[in-house]
Design a protein around this ligand. Sequence first.
Ligand SMILES: NC(=O)c1ccc[n+]([C@@H]2O[C@H](COP(=O)([O-])OP(=O)(O)OC[C@H]3O[C@@H](n4cnc5c(N)ncnc54)[C@H](O)[C@@H]3O)[C@@H](O)[C@H]2O)c1
Ligand SMILES: O=P(O)(O)OC[C@@H](O)[C@@H](O)[C@H](O)[C@H](O)CO
Length: 378
Amino acid sequence: MKAVHFGAGNIGRGFIGLLLHEAGYEVVFADVNADLIDAIGSADSYDVHEVGEGGRTKTVTGFRAINSSVDEDALVREIATADIVTTAIGPNVLRFVAPVIAKGLLAREPDASRLAVMACENAISATDILAAEIRSAAGERSSDVDARAVFANTAVDRIVPGQDPSAGIDVTVETFCEWVIESGPFAGSVPEIPGATFVDALGPYIERKLYTVNTGHATAAYAGFAAGHGRIAESFADPAVRDLVERVLRETSALLVAKHELDPSQQDAYREKILARFANDALPDTVVRVGRQPLRKLSRNERFIGPAAQLAERGMLTDDLVEAVGLALRFDVEEDPESVELQKLRRETTPAEFVGKVTGLPADHPLTPSLVQVVSAP
Ligand SMILES: NC(=O)c1ccc[n+]([C@@H]2O[C@H](COP(=O)([O-])OP(=O)(O)OC[C@H]3O[C@@H](n4cnc5c(N)ncnc54)[C@H](O)[C@@H]3O)[C@@H](O)[C@H]2O)c1
Ligand SMILES: O=P(O)(O)OC[C@@H](O)[C@@H](O)[C@H](O)[C@H](O)CO
């Protein structure tokens, strides 16, 4: 069994590559980072170090590596003969890998089994976004794409910080991990991945994950950055930051319980477990990594505006989420192009224009006035 995985970064090596290896797949990593691909290509194994309570070290073997910017033909051949294609490259990059996946699909033998395609990104319906791009890239052969592929949405959860360059291709991760995949598209024959959980309806899982783990994480990052903290654990140990994270997650939990009819005590337990993960002092995670790409994080269906807009539409409280958005506006990191753009937009647009452009909310949305107010604050 063979899997082609796009994105040999933190989640690629530290989570998806590991679980696919444990499931018995040979993993072909495809990435545009030449140094990384050379390092992976010249190694026989790498270690995944789980840190925190009960952490173990796991070794991944049986992989190869392809530089997807220079060796497209080889990549097409790999996809044409693979069982699974996964991605962990960032939601905004999916459209760039779609053309080569389309070529690989169209190069498959007509009687080959259908290729399972799963985007493993922090975004709602990321695989649907990828599938639309693949169909578009296939042009008039888009119906062949659907005959040859099964597209399944997923939710992935494991905190994998930026890695110490001296660690080579080894990866440090937290012990927790959860990969939830929608089963419906597989029509009864789901791929064998023991580390993954297949569910009928992914919607509640991805919203629960994005609007709890990622909303809380981003709040800790932006509040921590504003308070001068560098690491997430250090930020979360600041009582004022922790208090805001807890308040924000009580708001998103109220939405999740109301919308998806979650058991409130189970959601409380889920939230507590996540708070303990943020406090993991053994994890060298930074506010700069967790806050990266603030424009993506402040967009319409993402971790702040997604839940806040739905709460406002239901007449429920959003004060703490709006306070967190206010702190996100102070994320000013020279090396992060979206942070630079965010600061430029703040200088060059009115608060109302800023809210419309960044969040995608119309002026008459019930959340808009409080956002305009927080953007107007000095
Ligand atoms: N790190 C985490 O804790 C975590 C957890 C869950 C989900 N995620 C999600 O996983 C995705 C990847 O995050 P990450 O933290 O691993 O990022 P990362 O930056 O460590 O890895 C991304 C990799 O994708 C590669 N890449 C970029 N463009 C590419 C292209 N066109 N083709 C092939 N490869 C390309 C980069 O070179 C990089 O190696 C994101 O959507 C993120 O939200 C991350
Ligand atoms: O990857 P992002 O930029 O969407 O979000 C940053 C972190 O919150 C994220 O990577 C988490 O570590 C991860 O989602 C945990 O499962």
